[in-house]
Design a protein around this ligand. Sequence first.
Ligand code: NAD
Length: 359
Amino acid sequence: MIPFTYEGLPARVIFGSGTLDQVGSEVERLGCKRVMVISTPQQAAEAERIAKQLGAAHGVTYTGAVMHTPVDVTEHAMTLVRDEKIDGTVAIGGGSTIGLGKAIALRTDLPQLVIPTTYAGSEMTPILGQTENGQKTTQRTHKVLPETVIYDVDLTLTLPARMSVVSGLNAMAHAVEALYATNANPVISMMAESGIAALYRGLPKLSAAPDDLEARSDALYGAWLCAVCLGASNVALHHKLCHVLGGSFDLPHAETHAIILPHALAYNAPVTRDAVDAIKRALGGGGGIAGKLYDIALNAGAPVALRDIGMPKDGIDRALEVVMANPYANPRPIDPAVIRRLLVNAWEGVRPDHSTYAA
Ligand code: NAD
């Protein structure tokens, strides 16, 4: 027997094709009469479409969401929330837009309807990262967990193939870490395995044919399951390394996660047998799981080397220093020599296998 604690997070989830049509009735269900629609400048047209659909329930649109949820952007949006007497938000977009909706909820407790258009997964988590004076701080609070999430696979068709694959690998990383998290439990482990399997089915197909609705559906379904895993689990080596790398060298979020995933998995594989077995099943059986994940990125033309996304070579030792100065839970103890090898390999873009980080 393996004892565990499971805590389900409340959320209403609608999944399908054409589900955006339900935005009006879902806003009504939340009891909102005057909502703010939020997007990035790049997705202003989608925000406009939703505003039209909402009719009288639309109060105002804010299209200024940007990466890393800067506090000054949130404050700007908050003046509109107050001036326009907004009683709920509808966020359409990726993690950046969803982050702004969460930051507003943190300050107001307003209900949130979220319509994700990437695979990043913020919509299912009680986590918010905010940036102020160049510092990113992350907190977990149920106040920021969205009440309703509408997944409409049609909205993901415009996400460029390469970005989709990178975003999908970022999602898979949530599930991989959930399988060996200190608070792992059987419900989340089932979701993690199914999430990895669905993304593994979908990503190579959509990379070849970005408008393949079945592949898009697999990927979005997998992203949802992986997002639940992130919301429920403590993170370990993979997320911590990405946090250090992203924060120290201003590297792009999803790309960094996608590059580090096969290496972190190979590092932890020797001591996480159950997780490895689950991932093997999810990837169709057989070994070479780290290499299989690496190949998804390689075959899609996505970056596999940190040097190709802007990390300087002398950053390897700087990152190692920060990693070693901030110890954290990981199934395998953090061995500086092996972690350095990992960072060198990830910087160069080496394809890892089960022996790359053998003790
Ligand atoms: P993003 O939200 O920054 O989106 C990237 C760009 O793609 C934006 O310009 C966006 O408008 C555009 N885009 C989004 N969907 C599109 C579509 N379907 N078609 C065309 N263009 C589209 O990127 P992201 O990777 O989704 O989110 C990254 C951010 O989310 C980071 O700041 C990260 O820290 C945060 N995040 C937070 C959590 C959490 O739980 N709090 C989880 C995951 C990510």
